[in-house]
Write a protein that binds this ligand. Structure first.
Ligand code: SF4
Length: 287
């Protein structure tokens, strides 16, 4: 069992290290901020980047950022897993929360929206970017795995939203001075292997499902892909290959301005976070 475990770890870390090297995701002297929720993907990203730091032969800095959305009975275990894994690897962790940064928890405001995921995603990205920018991080590493990326690609494809294609790939270019570029070290790592890695190594991760997750387009696409993969192995790899070819020919870039209210980068006049805050404030004032 222990040999199998070592072989498995070797395989998964080699693939991640090769991706980082092939795409030059990390360069000497950079400060990399890891978005650490405590879930399996972000925890593997943390361990993999530590492994890369120990073996790559050059110096760079790692710091982790966790964001507490304020979901009663769900988020705390994720925060605990983030704290414990960061401590285990001796990586400094910055803890942020919707409550401290925005003045409300997701539980307080989710009912004003069609889906809790709308304000949740916008505020989390906003807080992560602001924090990474403030500490002078060169890049934010996220835990997006191969399955997430293919699902997002097919979602944009099915919505005809080709502008979103610019957000795919293992590294996103810096398109605004205040927008910290993202890297995805698990870009070609299948989700199943992330789960296996956590189990066979006995890693503390947050496994519970968010009470606000529902049957979204993403969930349906995920089910379709998993069914097709089990009947036709290699489907996911093939979608990724087609997708890489599209990435090579498409050169779609979004031009960003600064939000007229808060100064954060946005493609509109007012950023999504400020738009959402207006909705929250209107609802709170009505009470
Ligand atoms: Fe936020 Fe839960 Fe939606 Fe994830 S599933 S974006 S944690 S509300």
């Amino acid at each position: 069992m222990s040999i199998k475990k070592e072989e498995f770890n070797e395989k998964i870390f080699t693939r991640i290290n090769d991706l980082i090297n092939d795409y030059e995701l990390i360069k000497e002297g950079e400060k990399i901020a890891i978005a650490l929720s405590g879930g399996k993907d972000s925890v593997l990203t943390l361990h993999a980047l530590k492994n890369y730091q120990d073996n790559c032969g050059f110096d760079f800095e790692l710091v982790a950022i966790s964001v507490d959305e304020g979901i009663e009975g769900y988020r705390q275990h994720g925060i605990d897993a983030a704290v414990n894994n960061a401590k285990l690897l001796n990586i400094p962790l910055i803890q942020k929360s919707f409550k401290d940064d925005e003045g409300f928890a997701l539980d307080d405001i989710y009912s004003y929206f069609k889906s809790a995921c709308i304000p949740c995603g916008v505020f989390r990205r906003n807080i992560l970017n602001k924090t990474a920018y403030e500490i002078g991080a060169d890049k934010i590493a996220t835990g997006h795995n191969l399955d997430d990326e293919i699902q997002s690609f097919l979602m944009s494809f099915s919505r005809g939203d080709t502008v979103k294609f610019s957000k795919f790939g293992p590294e996103l270019d810096q398109i605004h001075e205040k927008l910290v570029p993202r890297i995805k070290p698990l870009w070609n790592t299948p989700e199943k292997e992330v789960g296996m890695w956590a189990i066979i190594n006995g890693i503390e991760i947050h496994l519970a499902e968010c009470p606000y997750s529902n049957l979204s387009l993403r969930a349906k696409i995920k089910e379709f892909l998993n069914n097709t993969e089990s009947k036709h192995p290699g489907t996911k790899e093939n979608v990724l290959e087609s997708f890489k070819q599209i990435l090579d020919v498409e050169n779609i870039r979004t031009v960003l301005n600064e939000c007229e209210r808060c100064g954060e980068p946005t493609s509109a006049k007012i950023c999504k976070a400020c738009e959402i805050k207006d909705i929250v404030n209107e609802n709170l004032n009505e009470k």
